[in-house]
Design a protein around this ligand. Structure first.
Ligand code: TYM
Length: 338
């Protein structure tokens, strides 16, 4: 089993990232069997597909590394690095652009959302972004890719690219690429904004009140939960009755994910309560989960050398792991390298 996943080092790590992806990274790392391996990386090369400030990207990369370690990623057991330290990602991306089809990329919802009406003005990197993402996982023969629901389409594309490449350039007995499986947590695959139950919680939402950051202090968390949009009805006694109440459903989903309980059990206990009573419970569960992460994060930021060393070690290992697949790709394509 080889587990590979990445996160863009832009903005703060938020609750959606944590419950949708990072918590599973940590679990997979902790439950890994002999001979298996986890590679987790900061997708800094992806971050240049949108307008960005170089100084902020530099700072964000170090901060995100600290945040992942604070969440439980252990850089001595997992391979933790940033993409820019492992040039094979960009190299493989180019080799795969010969296989990826324009039509496939045109159908990507993230491309459509982020480019909006201004496709002519969007960067080439934004369009080609999913090919780099495919390279990220195919480079390491990933078998499992833990992500939130919003990344599913990109991983299906990675599978399509791998399959077409294997068909076109390799034999059935000796494929160049492994087809990766997305691993999406059923309960917290899509955490929504606290201000709008129909939009996902995201780093790019201009409203700070829309998301809980992993480094928010207890007062901020309580305030954000108190101000979270809800409806005037009390909690029902069954999950079906939350249909059509996206904000209420989101808060219940977050509570269940934090306390690792089934929605049926939570609703059986809380039925009839209004949000005035439920929100403090949710706030407390959030503080309990996030306070230790945030204090570890702050301590780590004071030890910049340790972070740099962890990333350098991870990058050296990643480059080693990447080498055989990259060579096999050049070879399969008939590219002469001496
Ligand atoms: P990114 O940086 O937007 O998000 C990192 C991870 O967090 C998950 N996530 C969520 N899950 C549930 N609810 C939410 N509201 C929510 N918001 C974010 C994402 O699904 C993701 O798992 N393109 C990727 C980074 C990437 C990558 C890769 C991932 C680059 N290469 C290769 C996997 C494999 C991205 O922008 O994720």
């Amino acid at each position: 089993m080889r587990v590979v996943s990445g996160i863009q080092p832009t903005g703060n790590l938020h609750l959606g990232n944590y419950l949708g992806a990072i918590r599973n990274w940590v679990r997979m790392q902790d439950e890994l069997s002999e001979g298996s391996e986890c590679l987790f990386f900061l997708a800094d090369m992806h971050a240049i597909s949108m307008p960005h400030d170089p100084a902020e990207l530099r700072r964000g990369t170090i901060e995100m590394a600290a945040a992942l370690i604070a969440c439980g990623i252990d850089p001595t057991r997992s391979i933790l690095f940033n993409q820019a330290q492992v040039p094979q990602h960009a190299e493989l991306q180019w080799l795969l652009t010969g296989t990826a089809r324009m039509g496939w990329l045109n159908r990507m919802t993230q491309w459509k959302d982020k480019a909006g009406k201004n496709r002519e003005g969007a960067s080439v990197a934004l369009f080609a972004y999913p090919v780099l993402q495919a390279a990220d996982v195919l480079l390491y023969q990933a078998t499992h890719v833990p992500v939130g629901e919003d990344q599913k389409q990109h991983l299906e594309l990675a599978r399509d690219i791998a399959q077409k490449f294997n068909n076109d350039f390799a034999s059935e007995e000796k494929p160049v690429f492994t087809l990766p499986d997305p691993f999406i947590p059923p309960a917290a695959a899509r955490i929504m904004s606290l201000r709008d139950g129909s939009a996902k919680m995201s780093k790019s939402d201009p409203s700070e009140m829309s998301r809980i950051n992993l480094i928010d202090d207890a007062d901020t968390i309580m305030k954000k939960v108190k101000k979270a949009k809800t409806d005037p009805d009390p909690l029902p006694d069954n999950v079906e009755a939350l249909e059509g109440r996206p904000e209420a459903l989101n808060l219940v989903t977050i509570y269940c994910a934090l306390t690792e309980s089934a929605p049926e059990a939570v609703l059986a206990e809380q039925a009839g309560k209004g949000f005035g009573a439920f929100k403090p419970l949710l706030g407390e569960a959030l503080v309990e989960t996030l306070a230790p992460i945030s204090s570890r994060f702050r301590a780590l930021l004071d030890d910049r050398e340790a972070i740099d060393a962890a990333l350098a070690r991870g990058a050296a290992l990643a480059r080693e792991r990447a080498a055989p697949t990259l060579s096999a790709t050049y070879e399969a394509l008939g590219l002469v390298r001496g």
